[in-house]
Design a protein around this ligand. Structure first.
Ligand SMILES: Nc1ncnc2c1ncn2[C@@H]1O[C@H](COP(=O)(O)OP(=O)(O)O)[C@@H](O)[C@H]1O
Ligand SMILES: [Mg+2]
Length: 353
């Protein structure tokens, strides 16, 4: 299990920070540019990087429809075709993704698993429009984002995507409320409106009583709930989380996963990366990545879900084989995905898009 994250321990939250002006980039909430597979780049934030989900849009461009995107389930929210990402380090080329195909429909709940270095974060960063592919296409909600420039991607991030990071990436000197307001500040919303939306988002994560607390006055789980509220406040179409429980103890992880479960039930599309089976079992579908390619894509069945809710042991048993080195066939209680599962949303969140 992951090591517990104490309330005072996150390095990126103890550095000196001010609430950013609209034109500056708060590095603490910048995308995690990866320097090595398991070292989160939030440890070494880059000031020159654009802020992730919140930088104000600059330009738009005509949108193109994805080919063959229609199906009985309507339009896919995510349509990825033959996606490649190659990093070049001097003379060395690292093929982090080698032709990924992936389709995700609205209201799905998907876990992406795989061994360290298999390309999970690279894929999430592409899905989250934090980075661009070397080759291949990615359509989000019918719009081709794989060819967009930085400004266009920033707009998509601000409008369509909420991203939750393993290390929370909160501004240390800002209150929980202010942290949650940030995406709306970049969007240029008036103060009163911002505050209302932020308080509502904090309410959804049951943290209104801590609205005026700063991150170092909050537990790890509370910090992550603030980060989730920040991801939700723009009412994104897509909620992404890269190892969201990676810095939390098991009890707190369970609370955070209950929260993701609730958000999914309420109609949100949730995609999360995890290497822990008892986290992945919360999802309705498990996509496994090996060496930059999808090696299995399976849906967890009702029996597995029932086991998951019965307790920890049942959880582990019900997803035996969803480990990163297991293929689709070995996923106990899971079936290959032929058509993505339809999940009835109960009162999808109102969207100030
Ligand atoms: N910015 C980068 N520059 C060079 N190589 C990278 C970069 N980010 C990731 N990689 C490499 O790409 C591969 C996939 O990394 P990553 O997506 O972080 O894997 P995972 O999240 O599954 O651990 C690894 O070999 C990693 O070292
Ligand atoms: Mg990773």
């Amino acid at each position: 299990m992951s090591p517990p994250g104490g309330p005072e321990t996150s390095p990126q939250e103890t550095s000196s920070q001010e609430i950013p002006a609209a034109q500056t980039c708060p590095a603490e909430i910048a995308p995690p540019r990866i320097s090595s597979p398991e070292t989160r780049p939030a440890d070494t934030p880059r000031r020159e990087t654009l802020p992730p989900e919140i930088f104000p849009p600059q330009t738009t461009r005509p949108e193109t429809s994805p080919p063959g995107s229609s199906s009985g389930r309507g339009e896919p929210l995510i349509l990825i075709q033959d996606l490649w990402k190659t990093y070049t380090l001097g003379a060395v080329e690292i093929h982090a993704l080698r032709g990924v195909d992936l389709t995700i429909y609205p209201n799905e709940y998907v876990a992406i698993m795989g061994p360290s270095g298999s390309g999970k974060s690279t894929l999430m960063n592409l899905i989250g429009c934090l980075d661009t592919p070397t080759q291949g296409s990615y359509y989000l909600g019918g719009r081709k984002v794989s060819d967009m420039n930085d400004d266009e991607l920033a707009r998509i991030r601000n409008r369509e995507i909420g991203f939750v990071f393993q290390t929370f990436n909160l501004l240390a000197r800002a209150t929980a409320l202010r942290n949650v307001e940030l995406p709306l500040i970049y969007r240029g919303l008036p103060a009163r409106e911002r505050r209302e939306h932020a308080m509502r988002a904090l309410e959804e994560v049951e943290l209104t009583s801590r609205a005026n607390h700063k991150p170092n006055e909050l537990s790890g789980g509370q910090r992550q709930r603030v980060a989730i509220a920040r991801a939700l406040v723009t009412r994104p179409r897509l909620l992404l989380a890269d190892e969201p429980t990676g810095n939390l103890d098991s009890g707190t992880s369970a609370e955070i996963m209950d929260l993701f479960d609730k958000l999914h039930r309420e109609g949100n599309t949730v995609v999360l990366v995890t290497h822990e089976r008892d986290i992945a079992v919360h999802a309705r579908r498990v996509v496994t990545i090996h060496d930059g390619k999808v090696s299995s894509d399976a849906r967890t069945d009702t029996r597995a879900k029932a086991g998951a809710h019965a307790g920890c042991d049942a959880k582990a048993e019900s997803v035996a084989g969803t480990q990163s080195d297991a293929g689709a066939k070995s996923v106990a209680g899971a079936q290959p995905v032929v058509e993505a599962q339809s999940v009835a949303g109960e009162g999808a969140l109102p969207a100030p898009r």
